[in-house]
Write a new protein. Sequence first.
Length: 164
Amino acid sequence: MQSITVRQATLQDLDLLNRFQQSILGAERSFDATIKDGPVRYYDIADLLRSDDVHFVVAAADEKIVACGFARIDAAKPYLRHRVQAYLGLMFVEPRYRGRSINQRIINELKQWCLARNVAEMRLEVYHDNLQAIRAYEKAGFKKLVIEMRLDLSAPGSRGTPRR
């Protein structure tokens, strides 16, 4: 069995982290047809790596980086009981390394970082049909909270088309 280590990501990891981001986008296009074709980005990873309010980690299997994720401290919505919360993003494990609890190790590291900063809640987003990811997050203790819904007004039967 390979040794798995989790460490803080650095700017030297940037190219690989950008490739992981594109891998996530490629996979998520099957869940969301509205994602543009070609290279796009959810996050400016270099900015995240430089931020004091972000803990970005990578996991390595025998020195090869195979996974990543970050926690970013954000202000909570004003109607919530807590003042801040952590948003988890860019949660990725290379396909051939899935099922080895690497995601759990990353989440545990991010959780410890959040607790050390008195952040009492972590949130993340996952596509409704991404059952494998949902199971992994539920295994880590996450609970489903909100379902975001959308209506494609350009689709047949949607009562009209958007104005241009």
